[in-house]
Write a protein that binds this ligand. Structure first.
Ligand code: PLP
Length: 429
């Protein structure tokens, strides 16, 4: 029997109709259909996101708080964007802060948190994280005389050494910064447990969910984290960053800000003029995900359309199931390629601990050579460290080009996976 998306993978996502919503996916390279396996670097956007951005610029383009129609519509549009992200993360709308990207937001909040710290205090960062959740804390610590402690990972499967991490949290720890999922090797960290460890010691928990956001449901209420950051361009939206902060922290901490900017939460954290057209795109992106959930659920029941948060929960159930099907297929093919090494969890029984982002190397080829050859045949993959620099240094692959990263999201297909495997087999010789 031929293997198709329909008989191997979850029935609940209608992949052809999903793909039809993403105009970029129709591209070709040298006559080959483009396979966007570069989701961890940034995903493509559905037409409705493009339309929302264009419509805002055409009809509503204005600065905020003006006494005229386009400005009032802009205020309403930003409020709608906040409400959409509040549904996405499961918090209140005034706990949502918009910013240019996750890195800038993290630098901003780290400086404000640093104002409350003193020499002798400690913070904990991990060796598995993207540098955007490391350097802002390290630089702030240098300024404030704070000690930085490092949580290491197990080299054999790229999972955090939890016992060692717990032993480094103590009464002096003021903040634990941890990633939800690794953007290089796909490990999903036990974030809830780490938040609890931080809280037991009276420390704040700061979660980088940038890589996790396209793959799994985020529930900041259930996690009880103090802050969580993500970037909408990683989950089918425009290039922007979003921070959730518990209201009490957003009110208490003192931001570096200009005097005329209101002290109200969350605006006191949003400096200068925001990217309004992108916020319009964010609402459209969250609605795209919610509609995905509504359709996936319609497939199995005839219940009336779900409210947005409920629909987002359904979307991630379907996305998880579908992506895991693709990942199993990819992994099963990769392990059979001679000279190919997979970094991170490769044991099927432990796939719930990882998402569909794979880092590999092939003996005799640098990751750049592989990415370039694949690129010429239409496969978009990444080579290098993707700013997970401590990880590539620790695994001693930094000097030889890092990894080749294959990222699968829900618009990828089993057919793309099979074509990629064939191309890799050929390259491995
Ligand atoms: C896990 C992770 N954290 C943080 C970032 C930085 O995000 P931004 O580009 O929004 O600053 C990235 C970007 O690749 C990432 O993958």
């Amino acid at each position: 029997m031929p293997i198709t998306d329909a008989n191997v993978l979850a029935p609940s996502l209608d992949i052809p109709s999903i793909r039809a919503q993403f105009p970029a996916l129709a591209q070709t390279v040298n006559g080959h259909p483009a396979a966007f396996l570069d989701g961890p670097g940034g995903t493509q956007v559905p037409q409705r996101v493009i339309d929302a951005i264009t419509n805002y610029l055409r009809h509503d383009n204005a600065n905020t708080q003006g006494a005229y129609s386009t400005s009032r519509r802009t205020d309403a549009m930003i409020a709608a964007g906040r409400a959409a992200m509040a549904d996405f993360l499961h918090c209140a709308a005034d706990e949502i802060v918009f910013g240019p990207n996750m890195t800038s937001l993290t630098f901003a909040i780290s400086r404000a948190i640093g104002r409350e710290l003193k020499p002798g205090d400690e913070i904990l960062v991990t060796r598995l994280d993207h540098d955007a959740n490391v350097s802002p804390w390290v630089v702030m610590s240098e300024d404030r005389g704070v000690t930085v402690r490092w949580a290491e990972f197990h080299a054999q499967d790229c999972t955090l050494d939890l016992a060692a991490l717990a032993s480094k949290i103590n009464g002096k720890t003021k903040l634990v910064a941890v990633g939800y999922a690794s953007n290089a090797v796909g490990t999903i960290n036990p974030v809830k447990e780490i938040v609890q460890l931080a809280h037991r010691a009276g420390a704040l928990a700061y979660v980088d969910a940038v890589h996790y956001a396209p793959h799994g449901l985020i529930d900041v209420a259930a996690l009880d984290c103090d802050f969580l950051v993500c970037s909408t361009y990683k989950f089918f939206g425009p290039h922007m960053g979003v921070l959730f902060g518990k209201r009490a922290h957003l009110e208490r901490l003192r931001p570096y800000k200009v005097r005329p900017l209101t002290d109200a939460v969350p605006n006191r954290w949003e400096w200068g003029t925001l990217n309004h057209e992108c916020i319009a795109g964010i609402t459209a992106c969250v609605d795209y995900i919610a509609d995905l959930g509504r359709h996936a659920r319609q497939h199995v029941s005839q219940r009336p359309p779900a409210p947005r948060r409920e629909a987002i929960v359904a979307a991630f159930e379907a996305i998880h199931q579908y992506e895991h099907g693709l990942m199993k297929r990819l992994m099963a093919g990769l392990v059979r390629i001679p000279g190919l090494k997979i970094y991170g969890i490769s044991d099927r029984a432990r796939f719930e601990e990882r998402c569909s982002t794979l880092a590999i190397r092939i003996q005799g080829h640098t990751p750049l050579e592989l990415a370039t050859s694949l690129g010429e045949c239409g496969f978009f993959t990444w080579d290098g460290n993707y700013y997970a620099l401590n990880l590539t240094e620790q695994l001693d692959v930094e000097k030889s080009g890092g990894f080749l990263r294959i990222g699968l999201v829900h618009y990828n297909t089993a057919e793309e996976v099979d074509r990629l495997l064939a191309a890799l087999r050929e390259l491995a010789g």
